[in-house]
Structures are given as C-alpha cells and as structure tokens.
Design a binder for this molecule. Structure first.
Ligand SMILES: C[S@@+](CC[C@H](N)C(=O)[O-])C[C@H]1O[C@@H](n2cnc3c(N)ncnc32)[C@H](O)[C@@H]1O
Length: 189
C-alpha cells in the first residue's frame, strides 16, 4: 500500500532536525530505557534518541520512511527496531518506559474520537511511570482539545509542559516558516 508520506519522503530529512527542547528533555533523563516512537517517519527523533542512549522502536506505515530510517540505523549501528505498520493496530505499549507521538494528533472533527480512544488505549495499557510525550502544533483549537482530554483521563499526571517554536526550512523552494508547538509529557500513574 502506498501512503501519502511515501511521496513526501522523497525529500530527505523532510521535517529537519528534532526540536532542541525535545532533545534537551530526553538528554536530562538519567535512566534511559526503551522508547516507542509512534509515527516515526524518516526517524529524525528516533535517530537522535538512539544516539542519546535510548533503545528505540519506530513504527510508521510509510515504507519509504522506514527504509530510510533502517539505512541510517544500520550505517550508524544504532539500536533502532524499525517496523512498518499502522500505529492504531499496535498494542504492546507495556514494553516501553517512554512513548513519543510527535505531530501525530490533529483533532480534526473526523478523526478526533479515534485519536482520543487511541490515547486512552496507550495510557491504559502502558506500564506505571511510563512517560508519554505528545508534540502538537498550537494552531486552531488543537491544544485546547488535548488539554481537555488529558484533564478527563484518569491515572496520569502532567510531568512537563513546554512551548516551543518549530522552524521549517525548505531549501528547494526557499520557503521557511515558524510554528508554535506544545510539548506535553504525561506520566502514567
Ligand atoms: C507529520 S509526520 C511526523 C513524523 C515524525 N513523528 C516527526 O515528527 O518527524 C506524520 C507521520 O505519521 C505517519 N502516520 C500517520 N498515521 C499513521 C498510522 N495510522 N500508522 C502509522 N503511521 C502513521 C505518517 O506516515 C508520517 O510519517
């Protein structure tokens, strides 16, 4: 099956570098461990986090993205398990101490309920103390929706909340933009 991102990922490093704040957050954690990157794409976060000492599993349904990630992991001998698949079909959340969802939730009307149920499933089935980090664009009512969902879910606490600016630069078209993001980490209780 060809997915939309297979086309986008013809551009190498489409999303650029990881957010410095995300790297600083994960670098500061002394006890590293197993980390699940849901919708890892070409692996901009997976690669950087493996370099920090995390044992990363990345899942994405873009075969092209996963192939690119596999290549880097092999060349740089990084501990990354790469899987092609639908994150909504995944269920082994309890194998990880860290779960990352970067730019995976949009809360558009058509998908909102599905995304909420998925987040619930992750929280319910993950281990105690798992840190679940969600990076979401702060546009429209996305952040408001996320905050409402989080406030209504049991068994979690807000571990850290940070606002960041994502700078996107497309050299080919000389296009650049700045978008505000929220990086929210919740802890499973
Ligand atoms: C906006 S990109 C973000 C990529 C990566 N998280 C990052 O921040 O660099 C969204 C990614 O999610 C993947 N994706 C979207 N829905 C998915 C699903 N249901 N199962 C697996 N991957 C999915 C896409 O293929 C794409 O690589």
């Amino acid at each position: 099956m060809m997915v939309e991102y297979d086309k986008h990922y013809q551009t190498e490093k489409l999303f650029g570098s990881p957010y410095p704040e995300l790297i600083a957050f994960y670098a500061a954690i002394t006890q590293k461990g197993k980390l699940l990157d849901l919708g890892c794409g070409q692996g901009r976060n997976a690669i950087a986090l493996a370099k920090l000492g995390y044992e990363v599993t990345g899942i994405d349904y873009s075969i092209i993205g996963i192939e690119q990630l596999k290549k880097v992991a092999k060349e740089e001998r990084l501990p990354i398990t790469c899987m092609v698949g639908d994150i909504y079909e995944y269920s082994n959340f309890n194998e990880f101490e860290f779960i990352l969802l970067d730019s995976m939730f949009h809360f558009r009307k058509q998908e909102r309920e599905k995304e909420i149920q998925f987040l619930k499933k992750i929280i319910e089935s993950s281990r105690l103390n798992t840190l679940i980090t969600i990076c979401i664009q702060n546009t429209g009512d996305k952040l408001k929706v996320l905050n409402k969902i989080i406030s209504e879910l049991p068994n979690l606490e807000i571990f850290k909340r940070e606002r960041l600016i994502y700078k996107f630069e497309d050299e080919a078209s000389d296009h650049s933009s700045k978008t505000e993001y929220e990086m929210l980490t919740i802890k499973k209780l």
